[in-house]
Write a protein that binds this ligand. Sequence first.
Ligand code: HEC
Length: 104
Amino acid sequence: MVNQIVRASLLTLLAAGTASFAQDGAATYKAKCQMCHGADGLAGTPAGKSTKARPFNSQDVMKMSDDDLIKVTTNGHGKMPAYKGKLTDAQIKDVVAYIHTLQK
Ligand code: HEC
């Protein structure tokens, strides 16, 4: 069991170097962001509503640059928690890439 987990994490680390951004970003999003921002990124969850998170496909968020999105995720903003020290820079980049897939 533990071995399997270790092996799975190693595989994830290996894969992270190559192609699977979207997949890693999706996993991070599901674990850390979805409870507020919603599976669809529209922030329709109870936590999203009570913190007044905006839908990722709203005009205001659509016009933010990757740098802006990365900054908000790293440092937090208003009720948005900061993920500095909780996620690596690479994980934050991947999760922002995943957010773009929710902006369609
Ligand atoms: C506790 C609820 C909560 C969680 C968990 C959360 N967010 Fe947020 N997020 C918010 C709120 C509220 C805002 C709006 C902040 C403001 O007032 O500008 C926000 C804003 C953002 C923004 C800026 C764009 C916007 O909608 O204003 C990004 C990007 C973002 N969050 C990404 C993430 C990512 C990535 C995660 C997971 C690693 C995450 N959030 C987890 C509540 C949350």
